[in-house]
Design a protein around this ligand. Structure first.
Ligand code: PLP
Length: 401
């Protein structure tokens, strides 16, 4: 049965596999034969703690996370981490440089879209010293207003000894994503990072987590993601944190660093096995089911190949539409996201016609983010290749109309 479901191209929360939802509905009534539903069971029960341990293993094995890094679970979403990464990394910096004041501290932000811009604004709000914008993607757009490309490597201006270097791997709103080929001009310039010591590299992977392997994973200090795009419902935030970034924030506060709320401290999460307070039990459960299913289907290699083909098909039909003057891609060649493809329909009322036609064919969630308009097709893991083919057929028909 398909339960009268439509094809959901929404940007998040987004589609989940029907088989997982069916299994989860059983777990909602009775989790692993405990006689208690998953939304009702204690997070300290042996059944749930074993489930959490396995959730970690599923991520560690599929992403190949080395033993230098902890995997932690928390709440508060990507936005919560905009604050938490700054506070934890400033505490770490203070412990490394007790003589420095907040005013001497620099945080580096690579700004390639709306989400990294927001993260930089939060760092400024929290008074984390000087926020150095390493590069601003808008500088390279026509008119200087749109985030429509990943800047070339010579544009990046990193600081010498920043408390953190921040980037967002996939900009969900603007549809701009770093390439995973080191040789591509749109790759992240790992080779230009400040040398010496462990690089405090932080990456927001909210909308591309578990869609393909993470390049240079071991070189990151922190990688984080909300679950609600590729792996589960909203409410769960996943952190991959290098051991040296799990610091005694209270000792740092004694030296003058900003105090860190206890639930935002990575040390709190690490010391308690991510169970300091009640976690998002249901979101963790459904995410665990999705990750198990992914592993059964061949893991990230399989998803990488499928996601590459899915995005390739959509970009290819957009090129046809562009050649006919019906569509306009919003992101420059080479910087386009695999997960969120953004474009415009040319002509008055054309967008409305496009969206209505899609809905008549059972496809929803295609409206672009309210801040940028246009169309956005989100191609997260749960969107099947057959569903992408259905959309591509529709776009072809629309072009010919
Ligand atoms: N970062 C990215 C790349 C996102 O796509 C989003 C949300 O869509 C966020 C951060 C914010 O996440 P949350 O809504 O979980 O706070």
């Amino acid at each position: 049965t398909n339960y009268n479901r439509v094809v959901n191209f929404g940007a998040g929360p987004s589609a989940l596999p029907v088989s997982v939802l069916e299994e989860a509905s059983k777990g909602l009534l009775n989790f692993q034969n405990t006689g208690i539903g998953i939304a009702e069971i204690s997070h300290r029960s042996k059944e749930f703690t074993a489930f959490v341990a396995n959730l970690e293993v599923l991520i560690r094995t599929q992403l190949d996370v080395p033993s230098t890094h902890r995997i932690l679970f928390t709440q508060g979403g990507g936005s919560g981490q905009f604050s938490a990464v700054v506070l934890n990394m400033l505490a770490r910096y203070r412990l490394l440089h007790p003589e420095c004041t907040a005013a001497d501290t620099v945080t580096d932000y690579v700004v390639t879209g709306s989400w990294s811009k927001k993260a930089a604004e939060e760092a400024r709000r929290l008074g984390g010293g000087t926020v150095n914008v390493v590069v601003d993607g808008r500088t390279f757009s026509e008119g200087g207003k749109a985030f429509d490309s990943i800047p070339a490597h010579d544009a990046y201006k990193f600081s010498e000894d920043p408390a953190l270097v921040y980037y967002c791997e996939n900009e969900t709103v603007d549809g701009v994503e770093f390439s995973h080929e080191d040789s591509s001009p749109a790759s992240f310039p790992f080779h230009l990072l400040p040398k010496g010591g462990l690089v405090p590299l932080v990456a927001d992977y909210s909308s591309s987590f578990m869609c393909r392997p993470i390049p240079h994973l071991a070189d990151h200090a922190i990688i984080y993601a909300g679950a609600q795009k590729n792996i589960g419902p909203a409410g769960l935030t996943i952190l991959i944190v290098r051991e040296d970034c799990i610091v005694d924030v209270d000792a740092a506060a004694k030296l003058g660093a900003t105090p860190v709320p206890i639930t935002l401290s990575y040390k709190t999460l690490a010391d308690s096995g991510s169970l300091y307070n009640t976690p998002s039990v249901l979101a963790m459960y459904i995410s665990g089911l999705v990750l198990e299913r992914m592993q059964k289907h061949g893991g990230l290699k399989h998803y990488e190949e499928t996601n590459r083909r899915k995005a390739g098909k959509v970009y290819s039909v957009l090129k046809e539409g562009e050649a006919k003057g019906v569509l306009r891609r919003k992101v420059k060649e080479g910087s386009g996201s695999w997960m969120n493809v953004v474009f415009e329909i040319v002509g008055p009322d054309a967008e409305k016609r496009f969206l209505e036609g899609a809905e008549e064919r059972g496809m929803k969630g295609l409206k672009g983010h309210r801040s940028v308009g246009g169309i956005r097709v989100s191609l997260y893991n749960a969107v099947t290749e057959a569903e992408v083919d259905q959309l591509v057929e529709y776009i072809k028909d629309f072009i010919l109309q």
